[in-house]
Design a protein around this ligand. Structure first.
Ligand code: GLP
Length: 242
């Protein structure tokens, strides 16, 4: 069962989460991080960046793997997850961009991109600490309801709800991608430590189903119950259904 920490607000969550990151990185300076996009991890990344600036942690040996990417969106597009990870994580923390990977959403033989990414993660020795948000429909990464619990990185169709939730990042609803490439639930479960964050009433149902419902592909976030070392940091609104 995951350890659940209820915090006042996203700022407090960011400071709790960043101290878990700091502990991991201090223990292993060559830590491999699993990085999530979305608004949820932003306070964690900001708190980490502040710790780096203050000199309390040294991230020079840290490597990272993003969870997911939109299919067909070139990396230089401002809303590609490559761009988001560069903006929100790589630059503020001063990570080496060549040591941070995102799944490839464009280019030749795209059906091979998932296997290529799994090989890169394996070559790096696996992910030590994976940060996760959760979609309002229970998705983690872009593993939408119905995703196999043992899945690995692959191309998936985005759920309508997810396309609606993410429409705010694009200039028109038609521009929102229909497909993505995402680490699988099996990939996520192989990370040595998981940290799931969620804030706001909009996430309460997904959080309750993920933490207290049956482990089921209908609620991809429920895989966290199967992980031996998982921490959940949520505010009171997101905890309301527990
Ligand atoms: C996005 C990402 C997920 C993220 C989730 C929640 O679509 N693919 O990794 O956790 O949806 O986003 P937010 O944190 O903005 O609520």
């Amino acid at each position: 069962m995951a350890e659940v920490i209820i915090v006042r607000d996203p700022t407090e969550a960011g400071s709790v989460a960043s101290s878990i990151f700091a502990q991991q990185i201090t223990t292993n300076p060559a830590t491999v991080l699993g990085l999530a996009t979305g608004s949820t991890p932003l306070t964690t990344y900001a708190a980490l960046a502040a710790a780096v600036t203050e000199g309390t942690i040294d991230v020079s040996g840290v490597r990272g793997f993003a969870l997911d990417e939109y299919l067909g969106v070139p990396p230089e597009h401002p809303e590609s997850y490559r761009s988001v990870i560069t903006r929100e994580v790589v630059e503020p923390l001063g990570l080496n961009p060549d040591q941070v990977w995102t799944p490839r959403g464009t280019g030749p033989d795209i059906t091979q991109a998932g296997a290529e990414y799994e090989a890169l993660i394996a070559e790096a020795g696996g992910i030590d600490l994976q940060i996760l948000g959760i979609g309002s429909n229970g998705h983690v990464g872009f593993n939408e309801p119905g995703s196999s619990l043992t899945s690995t990185t692959r191309i998936k169709a985005l759920a309508e709800q997810t396309r609606k939730d993410n429409a705010r990042f694009f200039s028109s609803p038609e521009e929102v991608p229909t497909h993505c490439i995402t680490q699988g639930l099996g990939t996520i479960l192989r990370a040595r430590q998981l940290l799931l964050l969620a804030f706001g009433a909009n996430k309460a149902q997904a959080v309750a189903a993920a933490l207290e419902g049956p482990v089921s592909s209908a609620v991809p976030g429920s895989v966290i119950q199967q992980h031996p070392r998982a921490t959940v940091i949520i505010d009171e609104a997101a905890a309301a259904g527990l």
